[in-house]
Write a protein that binds this ligand. Structure first.
Ligand SMILES: [Zn+2]
Length: 79
């Protein structure tokens, strides 16, 4: 397999964390937002990325919506 990392192609802006870095910390990012903190200060690369990546924005918006609605992040599984 000779796949160019998608992350590399999407790194349009300087400081952009890219999709791979973003998805790992989206949960924490949303938690900071809900806590009234400024997530862009903690995860500046993710903040930049969210501005330029519709896919991650959608993920972020979904997490934020779910967190607001249910007061918790993600499905509660006990497997
Ligand atoms: Zn992305």
């Amino acid at each position: 397999m000779d796949q160019r990392p998608l992350d590399e192609m999407l790194r349009a802006k300087e400081g952009d964390a890219g999709c791979t870095a973003g998805e790992d910390i989206l949960d924490a990012y949303v938690e900071l937002e809900l806590a009234g903190e400024d997530p862009a200060r903690v995860y500046p690369g993710t903040a930049i990325h969210l501005e330029s990546c519709p896919g991650c924005r959608a993920d972020h918006d979904g997490l934020l919506e779910a967190a607001r609605r249910f007061g918790d992040l993600g499905p509660s599984t006990d497997d």
